[in-house]
Design a protein around this ligand. Structure first.
Ligand code: ASP
Length: 319
């Protein structure tokens, strides 16, 4: 790293992509989303400002959003067809290429913290279901009863589409429904003062998903990827497409092997490859020079960034 890049830090977050339209948003809801994003940025940026590592920062940012019922992760997770919450999360270190992932959780308060524990304290990368929850208990993580994850708007959202045979992306409820019923997967990417990158993503998945369905969020290379040789990426969108397009790793490979810039790599994958497959969503990405991309092919994406020495910025709509 050269002098200029050292001592620079940056955190970028998202709170999900989908049909987010300004004319359907109330002032109160917009204020609440903006405050939720800002709280996650402020808490995680403080870690970086004090010299903390990128992994700690992405874990903190995602934890704040998992605890906020506005977002489709942790507490505000959407419901499966059976009316349950099944949460997925992952985290990756760009320096070591170590990663941790979890899926099918119903009681772990902060799935991203369990993903970190899997990465740090197990021999494995990916734990699912009962085994993952037993590991969480053995690591003394906070557990909650199923009722903790019940939120009425998310349940109403399931009731509206349960018998349609379709799944629904968190923010892509039919447009006539108020945006309070649209909530979002969360993710973060960070660059610390040592020049290391990290990424983390957490979700309740898609409303009305089949029991046992796993999306892109916990799949390293699909929903989450970090590599100091290229970039850190966290995705949100229709997970099946993100898995098939291997989105996060594709962005990284275009940079590492194809010598694309971060911006070009993100455009190529989100607005060409994914679009041509019919995959809706977006991603946030960050490289070691502090370049940031927040790209989506949907109506909107809750997102924000905070760089060293600058105020936090949050955005919702296309412009
Ligand atoms: N990607 C998530 C999933 O498919 C959903 C989302 O990002 O809204 O599980």
């Amino acid at each position: 790293m050269n002098e200029k890049t050292m001592n620079t830090h940056c955190i970028v977050i998202h709170g999900g992509a989908g049909t987010i339209i300004k004319s359907l948003m109330t002032a109160e809801m917009e204020t609440a989303y903006r405050a939720g994003l800002k709280a996650a940025l402020d808490q995680s940026e403080e870690i970086l400002r004090k010299g903390g590592c990128a992994l700690d920062a992405v874990e903190a940012a995602v934890t704040v959003m998992e605890n906020n019922p506005l977002f489709n992760a942790g507490r505000g997770s959407v419901f499966t067809h059976e009316g349950k919450n099944e949460m997925d999360a992952s985290i990756m270190c760009g320096q070591s290429l170590k990663a941790g992932a979890v899926s099918g959780l119903s009681h772990v308060k902060n799935p991203v913290q369990l993903a970190r524990e899997v990465m740090e304290y197990s021999e494995h990368v990916f734990l699912c279901g009962k085994g993952a929850e037993e590991f969480a208990i053995s690591r003394k993580l906070a557990m909650e009863p199923e009722s903790y994850f019940f939120t009425q708007p998310r349940y109403d959202q399931l009731m509206q589409i349960r018998d349609s045979g379709k799944t629904q992306m968190d923010h892509s409820a039919p447009v006539e429904k108020p945006p309070s019923k649209k909530i979002g997967t969360v993710g973060a990417v960070a660059l610390d003062r040592m020049g290391n990158l990290a990424a983390a993503t957490s979700t309740g998945g898609m409303t009305n998903k089949m029991f046992g369905r796993v999306g892109d969020t916990p799949i390293i290379g699909a929903g989450t990827y970090a590599n100091n040789n290229s970039c850190a990426v966290s995705c949100t969108g229709h997970g099946e497409f993100f898995i098939r397009a291997v989105v996060a790793h594709d962005v990284s490979c275009l940079m590492e092997y194809g010598k694309y810039t971060l911006a070009d790599a993100c455009q190529e994958v989100v607005n060409k490859k994914l679009l041509s497959m019919g995959g809706e969503g977006g991603l946030i990405a960050l490289d070691r020079k502090g370049n940031v991309s927040m790209v989506f092919n949907s109506e909107g994406m809750y997102r924000g960034r905070k760089e060293s020495g600058k105020e936090s910025e949050v955005f919702i709509y296309k412009d």
